[in-house]
Design a protein around this ligand. Structure first.
Ligand code: NDP
Length: 277
């Protein structure tokens, strides 16, 4: 090895993603490590400059850094720019490029059962996950997207982004009532935090009888993978997709961006299943 090296010791924060990344790096013999660091909001700029200085190939950022990190980057990928949030940074040739792999991971997971191109979607939620899913589905050719959200301003803002910045059309429904899913809907997505452990018995404020066998129903909640929504949908004959698929695939997309390697999602999924059961 040439040049100077330095070794750093740091406290590692608990995060299931570390185990998943380590397992898949080992499976493919990739000489890479994934570490998790707690970064205070006021230290974010220093942390980003540190990653560049230490020769990192990239990093993920979670809440509350997904928007703030943008001011420290050199460039944004097109979908990250429309979504307005970055969960993955790629460092190439000394440049910091902001990506959003959440929506890409969702679409990859969705494509295992249906291609969103030409489809009508109903998406519950208008937060970070919903924005990423709606924008990537629209860029993947979705025909129409209905955003259903309890806070009207957030929902309308997302609808405006889709209508202005993507080829899809979108409409907003204010979620102040028990929502009946229109029977022309082909793909239904829960992108709210309803159902996330430990609130596993929470249900969306929808009429479950409006779920039809022709619909594909996807949930972003990775833990537990079988949410009330997915159980209700399966009972009515719908095809279901759990949030573990999105979680695995957003990681696969990130590794591909960092290393160029297509890794095995099954190894990642098995590791997650062990952690979540
Ligand atoms: P945000 O806080 O940005 O958004 C939360 C959304 O959920 C908002 O639209 C909010 O509505 C809505 N919401 C919360 N509680 C309720 C409720 N009781 N009834 C109706 N709507 C509700 O969070 P994120 O978008 O970042 O994350 C949402 C979920 O997605 C989390 O559970 C997270 O774990 C999961 N996720 C999964 C990923 C995966 O890879 N599987 C990746 C990223 C996230 P309002 O706007 O009205 O407040």
């Amino acid at each position: 090895m040439s040049g100077l090296t330095a070794s750093f010791a740091m406290p590692a924060a608990e995060n299931p993603t570390v185990a998943v990344m380590d397992a898949v790096f080992a499976h493919h013999g990739l000489n890479a490590r994934y570490i998790n660091c707690e970064v205070a909001p006021e230290a974010l700029g220093g942390a980003v400059r540190g990653a560049l200085a230490m020769g990192f190939i990239g990093f993920n950022c979670s809440l509350p850094h997904k928007v703030k990190v943008i001011e420290f980057l050199d460039e944004l990928a097109p979908s990250a720019s429309i979504i307005g949030a970055v969960n993955c940074v790629v460092i190439k040739g000394g440049r910091l490029i902001g990506e959003n792999t959440d929506g890409k991971g969702f679409v990859e997971s969705l494509r295992t059962v249906v291609d969103p191109a030409g489809k009508d979607l109903v998406i519950f939620g208008a937060g970070g996950a919903a924005r990423a899913i709606a924008v990537e589905s629209a860029l993947a050719g979705a025909s129409h997207i209905t955003i259903v959200n309890t806070t009207a301003s957030r929902g309308q803002d997302l609808v405006d982004r889709i209508n202005v910045d993507t080829p899809a059309t979108a409409t907003f429904v204010h979620w102040d009532h028990n929502f009946e899913i229109p029977d022309t809907t082909e793909i239904v997505v829960n992108a709210t935090s309803v159902g996330l452990f430990p609130d596993v018995d929470s249900r969306l404020n929808i009429d479950p009888n409006s779920l039809r066998p022709s619909m594909v129903v996807a949930d972003v909640i990775p833990n537990p993978p079988r949410t009330r929504l997915l159980a209700d949908a399966a009972d009515r004959g719908c095809t279901t997709i759990d949030g573990m698929g999105m979680l695995v695939n957003q990681g696969r997309v990130a590794i591909k961006l960092w290393t160029g390697v297509d890794v095995d999602g099954q190894v990642m999924r098995r590791t997650l299943q062990e952690l979540f059961t």
